[in-house]
Design a protein around this ligand. Structure first.
Ligand code: N01
Length: 530
């Protein structure tokens, strides 16, 4: 049966935009359905003050178009959200993408019709589109987590979630503000909110590690040199586990003499950013090495934060890098400001939200507004919000009631012709998202092209291949310390969510190799049918 489109793509972030571009290039018809009014995904929704990417701008960018690479000018080492959103819009215009994107269209349900071998995609207002393929490009951190704190609906002032920030911005001047959460979003926004607000109170459940960004404008000569060597840089990046061109250490922290070890940590601290975890090769493999790195950062907190009690509360107790490391501009020093108060709610959760503020630790805190920097239902949240139904009408949430199970983080048994860009079980959030997105989009495009050439209509992973992949994802996760703490990587931030380490931690090069072997073996692990 003829369908409206070859493919429906859900989401117009970096994944959805590039997917559309590639499918068009191969002569497939595609329609992108996007809930927002514009492109950009994460960078469309996360407009909180201080939002920026913690991967350097020259690396966090598309590489599929040499002309785009050469024409676009990044202005700072770490690009701000507005600059990244401008880039996304530039890409949409440059490649004339908007004519195939339907905005303000939230997909609610998609059902596979086994008789016709097609997907019926329901998008709000009773619209149904049919397509042979559904490709999700909804992002990994796109379903905001609003904590279930009693009384939240009673608060009389505005409540802002960092993951769904007002487009016109928020002016905190003269306001008393309460921020709940101390993850990356909070750590980026707190210094700026504090600089504006009359008073800021931060409610901290888990103290976090953060490394200074040492952000700044990009030097013209540096940009010129990067532009002259993009292909080499991108090639090197693909050989690195995180898909970022960065020197990979060979020395163990614990086997390095203390003085030299401290010098190395200091060198990485001074350079700034996520590369701190690459000071040595075993920070996420060896408890003692991890402790050495953690102790270095803890000493920095004591050095920066003047009040010893506040410094102690801000000092993380878990291992470094287990939760996603944060990158900041002036976070700890913000707690030296007279208009900033830190409330430690580690042992006593917030009791309730009142009409006027927060009741915690037996005390009432009065606020004009509240900021929820409480993160996301990561990796599976957005996928499960859409009622995806595969063979036999089985919902994806039933398939995943013990945690996500995928083949390569791209496909799911029982869900033919469904692809997920950066789905659970792929490197995604443990890597530079842009190259990971491009690799997935290229894989999907080549797969659809190969199916067309072979006269194959339906592709679906086989149970054994999926089981083997799920078990491989789990066993590599067990090797690292990263799977050991209560992070969103394991779903621990969402009450009732199965505790499974969701991304693939084997590194981008191993993952790319695996995908290439699957293709070379004529789609090993998949059942292809006419
Ligand atoms: O969310 P988070 P985020 N009561 O889940 C706390 C990416 N990102 O939006 O740790 C009190 O890290 C929660 O406490 P706890 C990046 O990958 C990237 O900050 O669960 N507190 C935690 O402190 C990042 O890792 C950039 O104990 C509650 C906070 O809220 C990911 O997005 C920038 C609570 C949530 O922290 C998520 O970061 C920003 C409750 N009931 C984000 N519920 C870049 O630079 C939750 N919390 C690219």
């Amino acid at each position: 049966m003829a369908t409206d489109f070859d493919a429906v793509i859900i989401g117009a972030g970096f994944g959805g935009m590039y997917m559309l571009h590639r499918l068009r290039g191969k002569g497939f018809s595609a329609r992108v359905l996007e809930a927002g009014t514009g492109v950009g995904g994460t960078w469309y929704w996360n407009r909180y003050p201080g939002a920026r990417c913690d991967v350097e701008s020259v690396q966090y960018s598309y590489q599929f178009s040499k002309e785009l690479e050469q024409d676009w000018e990044w202005s700072e080492r770490y690009a701000t959200q507005p600059e990244i959103l401008r880039y996304a819009n530039h890409v949409a215009d440059r490649f004339d993408l908007r004519r195939d994107i339907r905005f303000e269209t939230r997909v609610t349900k998609a059902t596979f019709d086994e008789t016709e071998n097609l997907w019926r995609v329901e998008a709000g207002k009773g619209d149904v589109l049919t397509a042979r393929f559904v490709i999700t490009a909804m992002g990994c951190l796109s379903s905001p987590n609003t904590p279930r704190i009693e009384g939240l609906a009673d608060f009389k002032g505005p409540i802002y979630h960092t993951g769904n920030w007002p487009h016109d911005g928020v002016d905190f001047t003269g306001k008393t503000v309460g921020v709940i959460g101390t993850g990356s979003s909070a750590i980026q926004s707190i210094p700026l909110i504090a600089a504006q607000a009359k008073h800021l109170t931060v409610f901290q459940r888990t103290a976090n590690y953060t490394i200074p960004a040492h952000n700044g404008p990009l030097d013209a000569d540096y940009v010129k040199a990067i532009k002259a060597s993009y292909p080499e840089m991108r090639r090197r990046a693909k050989t690195k586990p995180a898909g970022i061109d960065f020197e990979i250490p060979t020395a163990s922290a614990i086997e390095t003499p203390e003085e030299e070890r401290t010098r190395k940590f200091q060198e990485r601290w001074d350079y700034g950013g996520l590369g701190f975890m690459a000071s040595f090769n075993d920070l996420l493999l060896n408890d003692d090495s991890n402790k050495a790195a953690a102790d270095f950062v803890k000493a920095k907190i004591r050095e920066i934060v003047k009040d010893p009690v506040t410094a102690e509360v801000l000092t993380p107790r878990n291992i470094i890098g287990c939760k996603r490391l944060c990158v900041d501009s002036g976070y700890w020093a913000t707690f030296n400001r007279p208009n900033v108060t830190l409330v430690d709610i580690r042992d006593e959760p917030i009791e309730r939200i009142t009409t006027a503020g927060v009741h915690a630790k037996g005390q009432d805190y009065i606020f004009d507004c509240l900021v929820l920097a409480t993160g996301f239902d990561a990796m599976t949240g957005a996928l499960l919000k859409v009622d995806l139904r595969g063979r036999g009408g089985v919902p994806l949430k039933d398939r995943w009631n013990e945690g996500p199970k995928t083949y390569l983080g791209l496909t799911v048994v029982g869900f033919p012709n469904l692809f997920m860009i950066t789905g659970p079980g792929s490197p995604s959030v443990l890597t530079n998202m842009l190259p990971s997105i491009e690799q997935h989009v290229d894989f999907i495009t080549e797969c659809l092209d190969a199916m067309r050439a072979k006269g194959v209509n339906v592709i679906e992973p086989v149970e054994q291949a999926q089981e083997e992949w799920v078990s491989h994802v789990g066993s590599v996760a067990d090797i690292t310390l990263r799977s050991t703490c209560s992070s969103w990587y394991v779903g621990a931030n969402i009450p009732g969510k199965p505790r499974v380490f969701m991304p693939y931690i084997g590194g981008l090069p191993a993952y790319i190799q695996r995908c290439e072997a699957v293709v070379a073996g004529d789609y090993v692990g998949f059942a292809l049918s006419p």
